[in-house]
Every structure is written in C-alpha cells, then in structure tokens.
Design a protein around this ligand. Structure first.
Ligand code: NAD
Ligand code: LMR
Length: 317
C-alpha cells in the first residue's frame, strides 16, 4: 500500500543549497524512494522570480502549514574573511520570527533541521521562541563536518568512505568544532580496526586533520567565492534520513541537539554530539571516555556557543 505523503518545508529554497536540495528530496534521497513527499518551498519576495523556476511561496504561513519536516536553509551565507557568527544579526531575527510560524502552523511532532549559519545558535533561538515544539524535535546540521572528517580519514588510509565510521563532531558548526577520531573505526579485510591504530601519525590526527575539517567551509568559500552547496544539501538529506529511518546498528552520527548536560556540556546549548537514532528519535551516545586533550576542546567550543547565545540575544533586543 502506498505510504501517506510527508510534507517537507525547505526555507531559502531559491538559494544555492535549496537548488541542490529540493531535487534530492523529490528523488527520495532524504526519505526513501517509496516515500511520497509534498514540498513546501519558502523564500523572500526579492527571490520570487528565481523561485518561479521551482514551485513555491513567499508566504511563511502557507509554507509552514502542516509540515512534518522543516529544513531551514533561509538566511544569508558568510563571505570570505567572515566567521559564521558574523552573519548572526541578519539571521537570528529570521529564526525568531519563523519559530512562531512553525509553532503555530507546522504538524504536531514536526522535525526541524537548521542549516543556515550560525546554525547552532539559530536553532537555539528557534527553540526558545517556539516553546511548544519539543526540544527533541529541533536540531542543527553538523553532518557536513562529520562527512568531511570521514572523507579526510578515508583519503589518508586510501579506503572507501563507507568503510569509516564513528568519527564525532563535538560542539559548534564553526572553527572551534572538535572533530574527534578517538572512537572511529575502519572496516578492513581483517575486521574492524581503530583509526588510531591504522593512522599511527598522532601529530596529523591531533593537528592537521582537525584544522582541515574545522576550516573546510572557509576553504570552499575562498575557492568558490560561494559556500558549499551540494555537499551541504547531501548532508542535510543524510541527517534527516538517519533521524527518521534510524542509524545502522553499531554506527553513530553527529547532530547538533539540545544539550542535557551529557559529557559536562552546559545544558541549554545546541551542541553537536554523537547520536544514534531509532523510531524517529535521537539519543546521545553515552559513556565514551574523554581524554584531557579532548576535554579542553569540548569546553572551548561550548564556551563559544555560550558567547554566541549572549550575542544572539543582544542582536534581538
Ligand atoms: P543563498 O544566499 O544562496 O540562499 C539563501 C536563500 O535564503 C536566498 O534565496 C534568500 O533569498 C533566502 N532567504 C533569506 N531570508 C529568508 C527568509 N526570511 N525566509 C526564507 N528565505 C530567506 O545561501 P546558501 O549558500 O544556500 O546558504 C544558506 C545558509 O546555509 C547560509 O546561512 C550558509 O552559511 C548556511 N550553510 C550552512 C551549512 C552547514 O553545514 N550548517 C553548510 C553550508 C551553508
Ligand atoms: C560550510 O561549512 O561549508 C558552511 O557552514 C558554509 C560556511 O560558511 O562555512
């Protein structure tokens, strides 16, 4: 029997990421080939002409009505020389107002993914101004960083990306994020092996590997004069697919989610953690040992998120 359609909202639908993301969703990359979708595409009036190239609206209420999944890409991207938090004042006010629209008009239990930067803080503002949306339903995208970390390891070891798993992105989708390989493994003909065992170069793992992943977004902007689009759209599909359909047994992924104080990360921040998903719900992976090097990095990125939160509120006042 055919499944009931799922309504998926994409904001910023006339932008770079939107242009790549909308056809991926329509093709079933996000929710599976057997899942019918009804796409709601929102952009602002100046983009209405570009939006006519797809089917959509500039009315936020119409866009949000009845949606089961909201992928929030709308906003302004950073340019060369900017940090992601430099687009804060422009973007957090969008997330404050769209929070109310989602709260009033989205379907009950709508899952929200914030992509627009500063992604963690926009998601936090959306959560705080949509108090009736459960915090477990609001997330931000750090899967792109997660995929970049998998890519770095696979390149270094000359193995398939799909054979590498369980890297972790901790914290902010910013240059303070901590890409952690301490628990990552590679599927080899001789069984599963730790990345730390296969890459014996600690200096690389604790240095260039981390900075390459942290700086990848900036490197793309420098090269393209535009930020990443196809990889971001693909990561957004990965994020929603695993959240809705579940993570494979023994595998975790990174998602920016509301901190409950796990790993001594201050509660009340949207922070990227390792999570597993089952039955449409994510759960933070517990009990991973955190060494001193990692502890400092987890704390540093949490501090930046606390500062961003204060800055966001100052922009809104
Ligand atoms: P873009 O400028 O090409 O597209 C953004 C679109 O949002 C534009 O069409 C714009 O008109 C629209 N928009 C602006 N205000 C809006 C509003 N109030 N409601 C609806 N739409 C609105 O930018 P892009 O390259 O597609 O990037 C979008 C965002 O995603 C940026 O903030 C970028 O920094 C961020 N990004 C995040 C990640 C991540 O991993 N989290 C990755 C790449 C890009
Ligand atoms: C990325 O990581 O590519 C995006 O967040 C875009 C950016 O500003 O870096």
């Amino acid at each position: 029997m055919a499944k009931d359609p799922v309504r998926v909202l994409v904001t910023g639908a006339a932008g770079q990421i939107g242009y790549a993301l909308v056809p991926m969703i329509a093709r079933g990359v996000m929710l599976g080939a057997d899942q019918p979708v009804i796409l709601h595409m929102l952009d602002i009036p100046p983009a209405a002409e570009a939006l006519n190239g797809v089917v959509a609206t500039t009315d936020v209420v119409e866009a949000c009505t009845g949606v089961n999944i909201a992928v929030m890409v709308g906003g302004f991207p950073r340019k060369e020389g900017m940090e992601r938090k430099d687009v804060m004042s422009k973007n957090v006010s969008i997330y404050k107002s769209q929070a109310s629209a989602l709260e009033k008009h989205a379907a009950a239990n709508c899952k929200v993914l914030v992509v627009a930067n500063p992604a963690n803080t926009n998601a936090l503002i959306l959560k705080e101004f949509a108090p009736s949306i459960p915090e477990k339903n609001i997330s931000c995208l750090t899967r792109l960083d997660h995929n970049r970390a998998l890519g770095q390891i696979s390149e270094r070891l000359n193995v398939q990306v799909s054979d590498v798993k369980n890297v972790i992105i901790w914290g902010n989708h910013s240059s303070t994020q901590y890409p952690d390989v301490n628990h990552a493994t590679v599927n080899t003909p001789a069984g599963e092996k730790a990345v730390r065992e296969l890459v014996s170069d600690d200096a690389w793992l604790n240095g260039e590997f981390i900075t390459t992943v942290q700086q990848r977004g900036a490197a793309i902007i420098k090269a393209r004069k535009l930020s990443s689009a196809l990889s971001a759209a693909s990561a957004a599909c990965d994020h929603i697919r695993d959240w809705v359909l579940g993570t494979p047994e023994g595998t975790w992924v990174s998602m920016g989610v509301y901190s409950d104080g796990s790993y001594n990360v201050p509660a009340g921040l949207i922070y990227s953690f390792p999570v597993t998903c089952q039955n449409g719900e994510w759960k933070i992976v517990q009990g991973l040992p955190i060494d001193e090097f990692s502890r400092k990095k987890l704390d540093l990125t949490a501090e930046e998120l606390s500062e961003e939160k204060a800055l966001a509120y100052s922009c809104l006042s």
